[in-house]
Design a protein around this ligand. Structure first.
Ligand code: SIN
Length: 295
């Protein structure tokens, strides 16, 4: 794709691109359209040196659609659309938020189409975010595996992180973010394992180790082996990129076609980022055709 208003430099041969020559506080419609095109092409896009405040971050987010709903994590007082993703310097050995491969809020009926993350206080080293291209994860499967998984439906739930039992987020020890555990987090939602992207028309794997519990009509135990095989394949080095944060960097990823993970290798330093999401639509795919009414 030829860009006229922005410069786009791929970060790897498979996923991620940096966007230059743009001021995110001052965007015209054509520039927004080009950012969206780059985001669709590269799955995740990165910007440097964008000194945004929370209002600017919200303005930037709203150029791409309405805000998503942020459950289970206390949002910023006056800004219910924004989560502060923070680990304090003295929270050593605390599991970091987003520290396992996942797609944001995939337990929602309409999971976010995009997540936007802005770097404010960044450790001198570590705390990178990794991304995996879930289009390629699907496209590189054998034809036999595609035939096997195309008709499958997955059950997603927030319970491992936000349910009333022991949380994989280690909520008891955490002091920097308020995690809200509840019964509601045990609810289950069905999504197709293979999702057709509503804008690109490409198929992507839409499962993740945090929120996907099992395949429909199968136990967790019976589902585990195939799910784990697909996760291992999805995060093969060749499908991933790794972003080194600096203050005032911003990442925007396509939550319909990416998994991501925050690395937790900066104990002793504070890391603080601000996160918004853009509302998405109901996933559809070979196992769950598009419902025109729900979309
Ligand atoms: C997240 O999972 O949204 C947070 C990612 C990060 O902190 O890098």
């Amino acid at each position: 794709m030829a860009y006229k208003k922005i410069s786009v430099e791929p970060l790897t041969g498979t996923v991620g691109a940096e966007i230059f020559d743009v001021d995110l506080t001052n965007l015209d419609a054509e520039t927004v359209a080009e950012i969206r095109a780059a985001f669709l092409e590269h799955v995740v896009v990165f910007f440097r040196d964008q000194p945004l405040d929370i209002k600017d971050l919200k303005n930037f987010t709203s150029q791409f659609g309405p805000f998503g709903i942020e459950p289970y994590v206390k949002t910023m007082g006056e800004h219910p659309e924004v989560i502060a993703v923070v680990k304090e310097a003295d929270e050593v050995k605390t599991i970091n938020f987003g520290g396992h491969w996942h797609s944001d809020w995939s337990f929602q009926e309409n999971p976010p189409m995009a997540t936007i993350l802005f770097g404010d206080d960044i450790p001198p080293y570590g705390g990178d975010t990794m991304f995996a291209n879930m289009y390629l994860a699907y496209e590189t499967l054998s034809d036999g595996m595609k035939t096997l998984i195309d008709p499958l439906v997955a059950i997603h739930s927030a319970r491992r992180s936000y349910g009333t039992g022991k949380s994989i987020l280690g909520t008891k020890k955490r002091k920097s973010m308020t995690i809200i555990q509840s019964e509601e987090a045990h609810d289950e939602i069905e999504h197709p394992v293979v999702r057709i992207h509503p804008e690109t028309g490409r198929k992507a794997l839409f499962i993740n180790p945090v929120y996907t519990i099992r395949f429909k009509d199968m136990s967790e135990r019976d589902s585990r082996e195939l799910l784990e095989k697909l996760y291992r394949h999805s995060v093969s080095e060749i499908f991933t990129c790794r972003f080194r944060w600096r203050k005032n960097s911003l990442a925007m990823w396509d939550n319909r076609a990416a998994m991501h993970l925050a690395l937790n290798d900066y104990d002793g330093y504070r890391r603080a980022l601000y996160r918004t999401t853009v509302a998405g639509d109901r996933p559809f795919g070979p196992a769950m055709p598009k419902n025109e009414k729900a979309a």
